[in-house]
Write a protein that binds this ligand. Sequence first.
Ligand code: SF4
Length: 335
Amino acid sequence: MRSDVVGGGRCWRGPFDTLMVSMHEARRLAYLHAMGISVWRLRGATAAGAAPTRTADGTAPARDAAPPRPGTAAAGSAPVTAPPDGRQTPPAQDTASAQTPAQDEPPPWTDADLAGLPAEDASMGLSPAGPADTAGEPSRAQAVAAMDWPALEQAVAGCRACGLCERRTNTVFGVGERNASVMFIGEGPGADEDRRGEPFVGRAGQLLNRMLAAAGRKREEVYIANIVKCRPPNNRDPSTDEAAACRAYLERQIALVAPALIVCLGRVPATNLLGTADAVGKLRGRVHRYGPTGTPLLVTYHPSYYLRAPEQKAKGWEDLQRMLALLDAAPGASP
Ligand code: SF4
């Protein structure tokens, strides 16, 4: 095991490849089915002398898989995927609930933006309670840090600490098992989430549910929350100030759930929790640590990314295996 320093925090690279080998074949096939992948070509397959392909039900395909689409499958790149009916499918638009796409390009943040993050972001820790607003009066962060679940829900429901409150229909607190071993964190509510008051209920959320099912987990068994609890207009990224205003709520949620593993879905939660401007493509594949307890944290793409770029779904499978391997190894975490 090797320790590295990334984004000012600790991370380690574990023996994932060894652990991944032990994954049950049925789990992989369930993932392929969940992601709508009918043909799976092993990494390193080439057009000439291609490696054998498998269908999502584990049988051999009726005919050879279609050749890689131009520009999507260079030799040695991620496995080639094809839609079930064999037709080429244009990238889907997650118009209902899409968050700002998680992309490999460095996010358009500058050092000046990061310098504006609150101290707890820079230290990557759960924030220590800030100074009292006035003598004898706890700060909002201090008050939130002492809340139980009912008080926290009530505080979020009535919160007007940033401008996102102006246009919300509902606050989107979080959902799921409050003693979950794994906690997923997205960026913010979309239109569907704003309407229903629940995170990840649009197309991206449905894909997340299918991915969880492929991993043998139900949505109700994990906890899901967002960086901000109110919908940013036009599904834009939450601003640094908005994320900072909402941070105490998320930190309290993390502290109350006390998960064995945190999974950041996309660039916004990853950059906010890790205090780095690195792209998701650079952050995934390693285990980061969050907070004073050093909770393991993985970064993966937002499900909406896979809706727009289905050829990237193999990366979701890789990250899912990392998640399961970590949970299998975590003491006390349900497998
Ligand atoms: S986004 Fe968070 S901080 Fe801003 S108003 Fe909503 S609950 Fe309050």
